[in-house]
Write a protein that binds this ligand. Structure first.
Ligand SMILES: Cc1cc2nc3c(=O)[nH]c(=O)nc-3n(C[C@H](O)[C@H](O)[C@H](O)COP(=O)(O)O)c2cc1C
Length: 328
């Protein structure tokens, strides 16, 4: 059987595979465009970069593809509203938002005919998002990379949310690394699509420094840990020397705020600075966000190869229903 398409508002992705937004220039148009060209939804990470830079990147992406381009903006950002309005002005197709819950965003979505996709980790927020007008909902579980809203595993939290979301597409995220797991989430758990992020960092097109990709490739299961983040949520990252210092409380409280990025920040360290360092290849001092199952991925592929793998593996499962969910 062929994978079904994923329709969000007026947009239909031929392949129900969403590339998760990754801020601080991890997912830029360099990654989002090939994803959109392959029939998925390409997402530009919109938090913690200047609004003008984000707008230029969205315009670049929209000129380069007729596929679907989304932007991910964290509600925790101080300039959330400006990032949202700038993205809409630049012609983004849809806005994905998490790390806090904005009620106002749905009004903006209605007024500008922009589908709003909510990232949630609990049935209560899923219900609220659907009631307020979300065009789709992403269920993000504890296996995800970056900031986490839950410590519950995907296969435990997803069924609870599946029960309460009635009308809009429901997308599963966190720890999905191949097409067998995609098929499992869709066929067995009733997801309408999946969102995947870490797998897409390990592509040729992702524009992070080579050292970032190597840190992910070399990570073993026990190297992926939870850290405290100034955002006020736990974050999932690779155990780098900086993360060890943080755990040992050897990191000095910052004195001067250079980025002024978060609505609320405890200033224990500067998250923007540490994520930028990692993105640019300083793994020693940087923060490398990663999904829990990164250790399962041992090669860098092209975005096209990732899509071909996901689609052929998922469709193989759909052809043999008793098959293979956990193969490879
Ligand atoms: C490096 C990195 C940065 C991320 N940044 C964001 C972000 O800015 N906003 C957000 O909502 N999610 C962010 N995420 C979460 C992803 O969008 C995605 O939902 C999650 O990582 C999926 O799990 P996976 O990486 O195991 O596939 C980030 C994840 C990673 C690995």
């Amino acid at each position: 059987m062929k994978l079904p398409p994923l329709t969000i508002g007026p947009f239909t992705a031929p392949v129900p595979l969403v590339q998760g937004g990754m801020s601080i220039r991890v997912s830029t148009s360099d990654l989002a465009v090939p994803v959109a060209e392959c029939g998925g939804i390409g997402t530009i990470g919109g938090s913690s970069i200047p609004v003008e830079e984000l707008k230029a990147d969205i315009r670049k992406a929209k000129q380069a593809t007729r596929g679907i381009i989304a932007v991910n903006i964290m509600f925790a950002m101080k300039n959330f509203y400006n990032l949202v309005m700038g993205s809409i002005e630049a012609g983004v197709d849809m806005i994905v938002t998490g790390a806090g819950f904005s009620r106002d965003i749905f009004k903006i979505g209605q007024e500008t005919s922009t589908p709003i996709v909510s990232i949630v980790s609990s049935p209560a927020f899923a219900q609220l998002a659907e009631k307020m007008g979300a065009a789709a909902i992403v269920v993000e579980a504890k296996e995800a990379g970056g900031h986490l809203g839950t410590d519950v595993a995907l296969r435990d939290v997803f069924p609870e949310i599946r029960k309460v979301v009635k009308k809009v597409p429901l997308i599963a995220a966190g720890g999905i690394t191949n097409g067998y797991e995609m098929a499992e989430m869709m066929d067995k758990y009733g997801a309408d699509g999946v969102q995947v992020a870490t797998r897409f960092i390990l592509t040729r097109e992702c524009s992070v420094a080579e050292e970032f990709k190597q840190a992910l490739l070399q990570a073993e299961k026990e190297d992926v840990v939870l850290i405290r983040s100034p955002v006020g949520l736990p974050g999932r990252a690779i155990r780098t020397p900086f993360v060890e210092k943080l755990a040992g409380k050897e990191v000095e409280q910052i004195k001067e705020c250079r980025y002024n990025c978060l609505k609320k920040c405890d200033h224990v360290y500067c998250i923007s600075e540490r994520l930028i360092k990692a993105r640019d290849g300083d793994i020693e001092n940087g923060l490398v966000f990663s999904g829990e199952n990164v250790y399962k991925m041992k090669e860098i592929l092209t975005v096209r190869e990732v899509f071909d793998q996901f689609v052929s593996q998922a469709e193989a499962v759909f052809r043999e229903p008793d098959a293979l969910y956990h193969r490879a």
